[in-house]
Design a protein around this ligand. Structure first.
Ligand code: ZN
Length: 133
């Protein structure tokens, strides 16, 4: 793992949360992207080496909508940048972690991603991500 690439935050409504985070971070949202497979809209902010990814559900039964129903708005996952996602997934698997997807998925912001099951990570949803070159 190289660094924290971004922190994902689940929010109910971009029209409220994008201006809010622009104020907090004192920088403009530089990218909006829908990830249809996850039924989610994303909004990105850059602060130094790390990004903040806001997540808003597209549909009432999406994973983010369900997360907010259970836990409310807030931190959803922490994403670590890796050099080679397949090697890192193999390493995690051999350490006994449960991968939520066995094959790297196409995520937002030009990334291949894989999530680790929070059961094995003290309740923290961890995303591995590799920049698509
Ligand atoms: Zn993410």
């Amino acid at each position: 793992m190289k660094k924290v690439e971004h922190i994902g935050i689940a929010v109910k409504d971009f029209t409220v949360s994008i201006p809010l985070f622009e104020k907090i971070l004192n920088t403009e949202c530089y990218k909006n992207e829908a990830v249809e497979s996850e039924k989610v809209n994303t909004a990105f902010f850059r602060k130094g080496e790390t990004k903040i990814e806001l997540l808003e559900s597209i549909e009432a039964d999406g994973v983010i909508a369900k997360f907010i129903e259970k836990k409310g708005e807030g931190i959803h996952h922490i994403a670590f940048e890796v050099e080679n996602i397949e090697i890192e997934m193999q390493r995690m698997k051999s350490e006994g972690f449960i991968l939520l997807n066995e094959i790297p998925k196409r995520g937002a912001d030009n990334k291949l991603v894989c999530f680790l099951h929070p059961k094995g990570t003290n309740g923290v949803l961890i995303e591995l991500c590799e920049e698509i070159k």
